[in-house]
Ligand binder design. Structure first.
Ligand code: NAP
Length: 349
């Protein structure tokens, strides 16, 4: 591609907005050209509107960009969104109405019946729903990526879907970075586990059914399984770890499941999309892996690591899944979604 596609970021001054900027540094297709935030930041240079909270320093390429009001006027066609959920519904819709393709990380539109909730390796075919958005009078489109804990679970389950998943029990150990900045007080988190993350359990349960479900005849059908989630915040910086127990229509063998994990590939791998990891799901045979501190950054944070596959005395099988919550669960997920849209011809060069 001779000239890069200019992209914008809504919510650019926030934690996830900064992760978008980081992840898009040196991207072969996309170039950050437009930044948006609230009226508090609009009109200021990005360096003055933002306290850079990620490792390293603010990338010089964005420091002097002037932050815009979050209005579609001068923005590029492709927009990443990381806005506060209290404002994302209306602003994302305004951009879609005006003809922009909004690739959102916010929860607001995820469960709408004409909005794809994408994990490109798992349900790229859900893009078939997009023409229905024209019925709302939108010239543009909205696609979303799931909650950070849901991405890890759905990627761990997707290779096993052909065996007929009927029930899933998942318990999460979620990293501090998932709570944004400033997150939990150190007084609450030191030497502790907090067994509550607001709205997380129902989101995991419903999003997983939508993602593993089908898109036929212009509508989504949930995967016919029951999912029960228990979510906990633990003192890990990056990387959500999840223990998963699964029941199937008929119990597959251990060899079947290991082969399914090892052979799992999706559209991003077939098309060699720039952010696609070579193996989206990596089985680790060691007794004590995966571990977030040791494994989370492998393959650029874009793979999900599974391990400890063993018989479950209640369901059929149990295993562990772990993935990077702010990369595969946020900015990296949305960038991969945009690459998929580009490869489908849904974004103008
Ligand atoms: P954050 O740090 O509080 O950032 C919020 C952003 O929204 C800022 O850029 C803020 O701009 C902007 N904003 C606030 N009010 C606005 C308005 N009226 N108009 C336009 N922009 C406005 O939040 P975050 O942690 O990055 O989360 C952003 C979104 O991603 C949320 O929907 C969250 O649920 C979702 N998410 C977060 C994580 C995570 O790990 N943190 C993971 C997955 C999903 P100003 O700086 O100008 O106020």
């Amino acid at each position: 591609m001779s000239q890069k596609i200019k992209v914008g970021i809504l919510g650019a001054t926030g934690m996830v907005g900064q992760q978008f900027i980081n992840f898009l540094q040196g991207h072969p297709w996309f170039e950050v050209a437009w930044l948006g935030a609230s009226d508090r930041s609009a009109g200021k240079k990005y360096r003055d509107a933002t306290v850079w909270r990620l490792d390293g320093v603010m990338p010089p390429g964005v420091a002097d960009l002037v932050v815009n009001e979050s209005k579609p006027d001068s923005a590029p066609q492709l927009m990443f969104s990381a806005m506060d959920a209290s404002v994302a519904t209306e602003i994302e819709r305004a951009f879609a109405e005006a003809g922009h393709v909004v690739v959102s990380n916010s929860r607001n539109h995820r469960m709408e019946p004409d909005v794809p909730l994408l994990v490109p390796e798992v349900n790229a075919d859900h893009l078939r729903i997009l023409p229905r958005q024209a019925d709302r009078g939108w010239k543009g489109r909205i696609v979303t990526n799931p909650n950070c804990s849901t991405v890890v679970l759905t990627m761990g389950l997707a290779p096993l879907k052909p065996f007929g998943i009927t029930k899933v029990m998942v318990t999460t150990m979620q990293a501090l970075s998932g709570a944004g900045y400033p997150g939990h007080a150190s007084f609450d988190m030191n030497a502790n586990v907090v067994p509550f993350i607001k709205n997380e359990e129902p989101k995991m349960e419903s999003e997983t059914q939508k993602i593993l479900g089908e898109c036929n005849g212009g509508a989504f059908q949930d995967h016919p399984m029951r999912v029960s989630a228990a979510c906990n915040r633990v003192q890990v910086l990056d990387g959500h770890t999840e223990t998963v127990a699964v029941e199937f229509a008929r119990k597959p063998s251990r060899e079947d499941l290991l082969k399914a994990f090892a052979g799992f590939r999706g559209v991003p791998q077939e098309r060699e999309l720039p952010s696609a990891p070579p193996c989206p799901v990596v089985y680790m045979p060691e007794d004590d892996r995966p571990q977030p501190r040791r494994d989370v950054n492998r393959f650029n944070g874009m793979s999900v690591f599974v391990g400890r596959l063993r018989d479950c005395p209640v369901f059929h099988w149990k295993f562990l899944a772990m993935g990077h919550n702010t990369v595969r669960g946020a900015a990296g997920a949305a960038v991969l979604n945009a690459e998929l849209l580009k490869s489908e011809g849904l974004i103008d060069a």
